[in-house]
Structure formats: C-alpha cells, structure tokens
Design a protein around this ligand. Sequence first.
Ligand code: ZN
Length: 256
Amino acid sequence: MKWFDRLRIRHTLRHHPIPFGSWRRLMQEANIFRGLTSVERAHLRKLSTLFLHRKAFSGAQGLTLTTDIRLAVAAQACLLILELGLDYYDGWVEVILYPGTFKVSRDASEDGVVSRDDGHLAGESWQRGPVVLSWATAAADLAGHQSGHNVVVHEFAHKLDSLDGSANGIPPVHSGMIREHWTHVFTGAFDALRSQLAHHRPHGIDAYAATSPAEFFAVCSETFFTAPATLQQQFPAIYEQLVLFYRQDPKNRLAA
Ligand SMILES: [Zn+2]
C-alpha cells in the first residue's frame, strides 16, 4: 500500500468515526454479528467506516437515510469481506435504498436480481454498477424474521461473484483452493436441490437458489452467514468451500 493511501485511511478513521451508540446497538441486537471476537468487531468497525466513506448511499422514493440504516448495510456488507479486504468491493460506488420492494423496467431475469414479491424486487446487484436494496426487507432480515434470509448478504455475494467478470456462481477462489473442486461441489449440490424441489422433498435452503448457479451461490452465502448449521447439514461440502472462501466459520461463532 502506498504511503498516501495509508495516510488517507488513517485520516478517514480518525475524522469520520461511526457513532459509538449506533455501533454498540447494532452489534448487540443483530444476530448475524453474534459471537464475533472483540478483535473481529474492531476490524469490522474499521472496514465499515471506510466502506461508508468510499461508497455513495442514496435513498430512493423519499427514504431518509439515517446513520443506523447506512451502518446496518455497511456492517453486513463488510462481514462478507472481514477476512478478505475492502478491495473486494472495488470497481463500483453506489448503494441505493428503497423504502420497500421496488419494480424495475428491465428484464427481471438478469443476474443479481432477487424477486420475492410478484415482480417486485427486494434487491439487485448490477455488474460494475450499484447495489439496490429494499430497506424494509433488509430490516426484517436483520431482525431475523425468516431464517436463512438476508438480502444484504445476498446482493453483496453477487458482487464477489462478479469480481472475475461474470456472475456465474464461481467467485475468484484463493490460492490453495481448487476451482474445479468448487465447480464440482457447487454443480452437484445445485442439481441435488433442483431434484429435491422437483420431487417436493424437504430442503433446508430457499428454493430461489435453484434459479441459476449465481443465485445458488448468493443464497448459500445468505444461509452460511445467518443459518450456518442448516447449510452444513444440507450441503456439508458447500459449507466447507465457503469457509475456505470467506475465511471464517459462522457456525462456530454462532454456536458459542
Ligand atoms: Zn440474486
């Protein structure tokens, strides 16, 4: 890192701190952050501060963006890259929040779209463009209304998936991981889920995962961070690959 980058980071951390009360409330109330060590929390706070400074947040349809709203999105987004680094979110700047689910005029089958409400979207992630979210959905997910659901994790997982050019369910894997193994494991689990759905057999993860390999990776990431025991039980090999990719083990910390 160049010296002026280091200087800029230090300046941001010193002059744009996250209000202590907002941070403490979020860490105490949201289950997704449960079990993080004090060192991990401090690191998450640093990443969230830089994220809030580097990304441009805007509220659509009259939504007023409070500190708590921005922080809830930033901290959840940064949980995915806690052990990866903020440069995993380079190449785009905008986060747009709608008060509720929203309608877009584009083809709703494009990569990155989450649709759970008759053509209304809860979130979408544009290739090299903004992340768009329904705050009502994000707030309900943060409160843990539906196990395994988290639209913020979902859309930011698409961002990681798109890092190598296309959202295809294969993010750039780290050295020491084997891309062919990732593909083999994810393809097998994706086919198994589709077969379970076709035979109306019970399954642990959101059926939206069966839409495409990209959605499968995004939904598995949601389940990984919010209901890790369910994902590990259903697809242990996927869980193992996600531990290697995200370099963290939510099941261990949530069980603590
Ligand atoms: Zn999606």
